[in-house]
Write a protein that binds this ligand. Structure first.
Ligand code: SF4
Length: 116
């Protein structure tokens, strides 16, 4: 299943730019968009605040409701559980603790060993 990527940013070239973040968001979206459809669902979405300088679209092609995890929530679940294709009941009832994998990477996933 391809990964769905949505970037929420304060700026993105060419619509809003005050520093390097706009360049990074633009370049990353373009680079991810060039990957094959097996790795990443394309096009990659970039969400910006509704600045006055951003032109009104001629037509709304699609609308969608996004669910963004609250990073300061006191939830007792993995924050990715609502959108993780591998989520199991344990993911919805227990926050995975951070562990160190055999190769030294840090991972917080109940199913890391079986999915790796
Ligand atoms: S713990 Fe792992 S498998 Fe479970 S929802 Fe989180 S990322 Fe997915």
């Amino acid at each position: 299943m391809p990964m769905r990527v949505a970037m929420l940013s304060a700026e993105c070239e060419p619509w809003a730019k005050t520093g390097g973040l706009a360049d990074v968001v633009d370049a990353l979206a373009r680079a991810l968009g060039r990957l094959s459809g097996e790795a990443v669902e394309t096009p990659v979405d970039v969400f910006l605040p509704r600045y006055r300088i951003v032109p009104e679209p001629q037509a709304i092609e699609r609308t969608q409701v996004l669910s963004v995890p609250d990073p300061i929530s006191e939830t007792q679940a993995c924050m990715f559980a609502p959108r993780c294709a591998h989520a199991i009941e344990r993911c919805r009832g227990e926050v995975p603790r951070m562990r160190t994998a055999a190769d030294g990477r840090k991972v917080a996933c109940h199913r890391f060993e079986e999915l790796a």
